[in-house]
Design a protein around this ligand. Structure first.
Ligand SMILES: *Cc1c(COP(=O)(O)O)cnc(C)c1O
Length: 377
């Protein structure tokens, strides 16, 4: 999106607005497939659950990772209406339910779709056996999340030492363990996490095989980093490591899938907001914008992600603070942004804000979430 396109869209739609460019989503998907050709791509819907994104990625060839019943139904309803591709194995080809903890009602609802669901403990396994006996199961392994922006290993995954027992337990109950999965943490810039996780998964698969259970699917999760700054190494560098380990460690006929969320959508969106207030405090200019950390900038809180603001106006910049529109001091977008002198009604924008942003926006303080505009859909 050029600056003038952003400005004219903000003029047409008003602010705050989030502009999602579907050409960028398709480019990101193509880059993923180019560098990881053996890996089927299951888009993690929670990164951005806009139905239009689901449709675009489905048409591009993606499958989906969902983590709640509403997400499952969102994908199901949106792709059901599109021309069928592989209807025969519909659910497994297209959807994995990758939240290791599921309420029993969700399992009861899912059972009729014969879903593929994850688990990481015996209690969950018993629940699956009771409420979704037609499900295939995938064991989630706990792997190092060192250096990832969002850490997941304290909440999810079984220890490597108990993995094979959990696989054997599932088969004993009459369930089929179809796969093994892991997640290296979101925005993983330490690629060694993937190397270690793949080695751990290979060891578990070998031991399971020696105890009579061959596992056919390897799910390498999400974590593929978005280029928020120039230090993030490209997907080509990460893919080189992953491909080498896959070739070295696993059988030729293993089916590999990944669950990228952020990587596919982060760079596809830009938000535009308007200056609605200006003050000077402690010798620093403070701007107030018509968006907030309870809205498009929610990733600052929930995703531990910092977003930078840019002005359309040229001019010499100075360090300033930017606050959101709500009546809460937590609603601080940045205490040190570089912006030129701006006035009320001037517009500012923030790039790479497509993942874990609008997805976690609330209605706090009565302010509705920013309008979402899709371009090149
Ligand atoms: C959130 C999540 C993802 C997506 O992670 P990204 O870091 O955005 O790629 C994938 N799989 C599972 C199970 C998740 O919870």
């Amino acid at each position: 999106m050029t600056k003038s396109q952003l400005q004219s869209l903000a003029k047409i739609h008003g602010t705050p607005v989030v502009i999602i460019d579907h050409d960028v989503i398709r480019e990101n998907y193509a880059a993923f497939k180019k560098h990881l050709p053996k890996v089927q791509c299951y888009y993690a819907v929670k990164a951005n659950a806009e139905p239009a994104i689901v449709r675009t990625l489905y048409k591009a060839g993606a499958s989906f990772d969902v983590a709640s019943l509403p997400e499952f139904m969102l994908v199901y309803e949106n792709i059901r209406r599109l021309p069928p591709k592989a209807q025969q194995d519909f659910i497994w080809d297209k959807i994995i339910y990758a939240n290791p903890t599921k309420p029993k009602e969700t399992l009861q609802e899912l059972d009729r779709y014969k879903p593929l669901v994850t688990y990481d403990n015996l209690t969950e396994l018993k629940k699956i056996r009771q409420y979704a006996p037609h499900a295939g199961v995938v064991l989630r392994l706990r792997v190092p999340n060192t250096g990832s922006m969002v850490e997941l290993s304290s909440k999810f995954g079984c220890d490597a030492g108990e993995a094979v027992d959990l696989i054997v337990a599932a088969f004993k109950m009459g369930l089929v363990v179809e796969g093994l999965s892991f997640h290296v943490g979101s925005q993983c810039t330490n690629f060694e996490n993937f190397v270690q996780a793949l080695n751990m998964a290979a060891a578990v698969m070998q031991e399971a095989k020696s105890r009579g259970h061959e596992i056919k699917i390897l799910d390498i999760g999400g974590g593929f980093p978005a280029p928020y700054n120039p230090h993030v190494k490209p997907i080509s560098a990460l893919a080189k490591k992953i491909n080498a380990e896959i070739d070295r460690l696993f059988a030729k006929d293993i089916q590999i899938l990944a669950e990228p969320g952020r990587f596919l959508v982060a760079t596809a969106a830009t938000s535009v907001a308007r200056i609605i207030g200006k003050a000077r405090r402690d010798g620093k200019t403070c701007y107030y914008i018509d968006d907030s950390v309870y809205h498009t900038f929610s990733g600052i809180i929930f995703d531990h992600c910092q977003y930078h603001l840019k002005a359309f106006k040229p001019g010499k910049t100075e360090i300033c603070a930017v606050f959101g529109q709500t009546c809460d001091a937590l609603d601080t977008i940045s205490l040190s942004e570089e912006l030129p002198a701006l006035e009320i009604e001037d517009l500012v924008y923030s790039e790479n804000i497509g993942a874990y942003s609008s997805a976690s926006a609330t209605w706090f303080n009565g302010f509705p979430p920013a309008k979402i505009v899709h371009v090149n859909e």
